[in-house]
Design a protein around this ligand. Structure first.
Ligand code: SAM
Length: 280
């Protein structure tokens, strides 16, 4: 377990993932009834972009660093406003920080909603606990996220979102995450599940994600976004989101957000795809 998100926080893949996280939470809040937000791999919630780790890669400069200066059409503005409202106030000249997914959930969830976070790394867990301290809506577990997923679903609210955002230290993680989604969906077929994954080889990942449908999982939307053409042995430039049971019209929103994101963050052959792997 060597992965440290501090090196990557705020990069193009984080921005892509977190914009869609805010869109799903926004849609869940259209109904007044409570929902549950569950994260299997939470990270530490806030990241110091002036840390030696962030300074070593400077990945955030090609992600949130570019986005804050970007031009927004009114249509894009209305869709990304929930994300920018949370992310931009942390980018102050005296303290540059980036909002991880638990921080986004903390900022967006309402009084009636509840959150569960699993994080295995002791140091990331300690920082997560400090950053969410005093929030009675949140329960934190220093445990394996896949074990947490099977223990914590279905939640009593019967509506909500699970974010699965593993470190992907190797590609077996994709098989493991897809197995976990299949098992979770069988226990809670109406839950929304969002998995983030890296893409080094488009065809391999496409056939692996398709297995969800072969196992009977319904309403699977796959979004992918790249800032350049992926090459297997080079650094990450493309990543994807599998979203099971996406909110109504999320695909239409993606069709507005992703071309804009490609314009803002592209460094070479920027591109995106929006695919229903099974029926809408
Ligand atoms: N979701 C976070 C966000 O968007 O801000 C980023 C999470 S980061 C990609 C993955 C996290 O998973 C790391 O903090 C790592 O320590 C943690 N981790 C690694 N293996 C784990 C496991 N088996 N269960 C729970 N957490 C794990």
């Amino acid at each position: 377990m060597n992965y440290r998100h501090d090196f990557h926080a705020g990069n193009f893949a984080d921005v892509f993932k977190h914009i869609f996280l805010t869109r799903i939470l926004f849609h869940l809040e259209m109904k007044p009834t409570a929902f549950r937000y569950i994260e299997t791999h939470a990270g530490s919630a806030l990241y110091d972009l002036l840390s030696p780790e962030a300074g070593r890669t400077t990945e955030w400069r090609g992600g949130i660093g570019k986005l804050v200066a970007a031009k927004l059409s009114p249509e894009v503005q209305s869709l990304v406003e929930p994300y920018l409202r949370i992310a931009t106030p942390l980018l102050r000249s005296d303290s540059l920080r980036y909002s991880g997914s638990p921080w986004i959930a903390k900022a967006m969830l309402r009084r009636q909603d509840r959150m569960i976070f699993c994080e295995l790394h002791p140091r990331a867990f300690a920082r997560l606990s400090a950053n969410l301290h005093g929030d009675a809506r949140a329960k934190l577990f220093n445990m394996d996220g896949y074990k947490g997923l099977s223990a914590f679903i279905p939640p009593i609210e019967r509506r909500g979102l699970v974010l699965i955002d593993p470190p992907f230290e190797d590609m077996h993680e994709l098989t493991k995450a897809l197995d976990a989604i299949t098992a979770a969906w069988r226990k809670w077929a109406t839950g929304i599940f969002m998995l983030w994954y890296p893409v080094k080889d488009i065809e391999t990942v496409a056939s692996m994600t398709q297995t969800l449908v072969l196992r009977g999982v319904k309403r699977v939307l796959r979004l992918e976004f790249q800032i350049d053409e992926p090459k297997p042995l080079e650094s990450l430039v493309r990543s994807g989101l599998i979203i099971v049971n996406p909110p109504f019209r999320l695909d239409i929103e993606a069709d507005v957000i992703l071309p804009w994101l490609a314009d803002c963050l592209g460094v070479g052959l920027a591109a995106y795809s929006i695919d229903w792997l099974s029926g809408e």
